[in-house]
Design a protein around this ligand. Structure first.
Ligand code: MG
Length: 171
């Protein structure tokens, strides 16, 4: 049986992962409007990954006999004034998500909920990747993004990103 506090935090995180999907979809929409379809593609795939994260948590809770509660997903409020803004918004957001995951892990440690610690290990690694990707995108934009040819090259590269299912699968 899961620790109750850990299960409640994971249930809250389901909503936060769906919010992340919503946020990234908002960023994809912005880039679509600006005809930067490669950046839009990158964020659409990012949105799918966030839904995968939410569903993994739903599945984990269900598999452990916890009844999941779904709350309203907040409207993404983003102020975008430049092509770079979504990239910095994403980096800040992923740092925030890392703190949330760490907080759940902390609760699992404190309550000796070893099963949830193992489950969360995947998310700890995943957040490392998310922060690295977001950081790289900011830095590469700073290097190349202010030149039209550089921006075109970045957009073409991000257009090539394809979706793949998460390496963690739960039955
Ligand atoms: Mg996530």
């Amino acid at each position: 049986m899961l620790n109750k506090k850990v299960a409640e935090l994971l249930n809250d995180q389901v909503n936060k992962e769906f919010y992340s999907a919503y946020l990234y979809l908002a960023l994809a929409n912005y880039y679509h409007d600006e005809n930067l379809d490669g950046f839009a593609n990158w964020y659409e795939i990012q949105a799918k990954e966030e839904m995968d994260h939410a569903m993994l948590m739903v599945k984990y809770l269900q598999n452990n006999d916890y009844s999941v509660t779904l709350e309203a997903i907040a409207k993404p409020e983003v102020k975008i004034e430049s092509f770079k803004d979504p990239l910095t918004i994403s980096l800040q957001h992923e740092r925030y998500v890392t703190a949330l995951i760490n907080n759940i892990y902390e609760a699992a440690l404190e309550t000796k909920d070893y099963r949830s610690q193992k489950f969360l290990d995947w998310f700890i690694d995943e957040q490392g990747e998310e922060e690295k990707n977001a950081t790289d995108m900011v830095k590469r934009f700073e290097l190349f993004g202010n030149d039209p040819k550089g921006l075109y090259a970045l957009d073409s590269e991000y257009k090539a990103r394809t979706y793949s299912a998460p390496s963690l699968q739960l039955d």
